[in-house]
Design a protein around this ligand. Sequence first.
Ligand SMILES: Cc1ncc(COP(=O)(O)O)c(C=O)c1O
Length: 411
Amino acid sequence: MTLIKRAEFDPALSSFVANPNARQELSFSDGAEKSISAMGMKTAKQCVSKWDGYQVTSLTPLPGLAKELRISSLVYKDEGSRFGLGSFKALGGAYAVYQLLSRMITQATGIEGINSTDLKNGIYAEQIKDVTVSSATDGNHGRSVAWGAQQFGCNCVIYIHAEVSHGRLVALEEQGATVVRVDGNYDQSVHVCAEQSDSNGWHVVSDTSYEGYKEVPTNVMEGYSILASEIVDQVNLLPPTHVFVQGGVGGLAAAVNAAFWQAWETERPLFYIVEPDLAPCIYKSVEDQAPTNVDVETETIMAGLSCGEISLVAWDVLAQGANGAIVIPDSFVGPTMRLLAEGCANDTAIVAGESAVAGLAGLIVARGSETLSKLLQLDVNSRVVVIGSEGATDVDIYRQLVGELADKVLS
Ligand SMILES: Cc1ncc(COP(=O)(O)O)c(C=O)c1O
């Protein structure tokens, strides 16, 4: 039986900012729908759920941990098995590649409604064999784009920054991508990718949006929304009261927020975003009430969350849809991964990667402080969802942080 070691989650090491502009009373159509539409989310689900290997990922109840945290219930959406790619990102990048290719084919041939099965079966091979898609990544998004390109038969170039681990580079090459390592951090790799793609005539499939570039990242978020729509079905009639989800550029958070907003309207759960204190662009944006970038000077171990520039489409949703943001230090990550691996009381053991556990760590630190619990309206009646956004996407880093092989934890 593992109990949380309180000293490892010192509330003094984290900060919370409430969103003064959160609008719980707004309907979906007056709020998030302006950025991510119900039709877009539905189309993504209809398409991706037909792909080979699609399976609803598990929503694992953690009653032991819920008891320890003095809340009514806690469930963990485990994205580690998604399409065999290790993270929720499998839903977004590959779907955006499909959407991009289908728009290009329609433009070239006038044929509407290109379906992904025909694309996979090579019906349009002639039209796409010279197309190259590109992206910057800290690992997971690029893997999804490369996988999509491989499935649909186009070329793929992926940019990674100086700190992306060797294990993650190898995983990208295994999906058939040409991988280019650039100096600097994630945000710099985004800029290099945009410049070089422009001069080479490649098509950027980015998970982050900026001025003048919104269509593709919106498709990416529509893909992510599938996991939230699965949660809506899995919890059935009893919506959660709280969601804690980690943020990089904010795409995952905005997609989950929008899908819950659509499903539960004004009864939707309170929504909190958790970020590394080394890359707090969403936290700062909530504080400033405007999209705000930060310089990432030191890389966090939460590699997928190491982003200093918030996605504009994501901000459009979160500006009114998020109730607040929390930053946490890297020191919370290992203990949270170990807690899940060991299981609290008789909880199921879960393999969660470094970027998967930030949401849960945010919940743990909030329950360790009466003040924070009050601010977040957490109490013994709370029913909380956390999104386990990746499994052990780098097995060596996993072993270093947990002290055990991921396979052993699962067995
Ligand atoms: C495992 C994991 N979780 C969460 C995120 C954050 O997603 P977003 O950048 O859309 O906020 C990422 C991003 O790469 C990730 O890889």
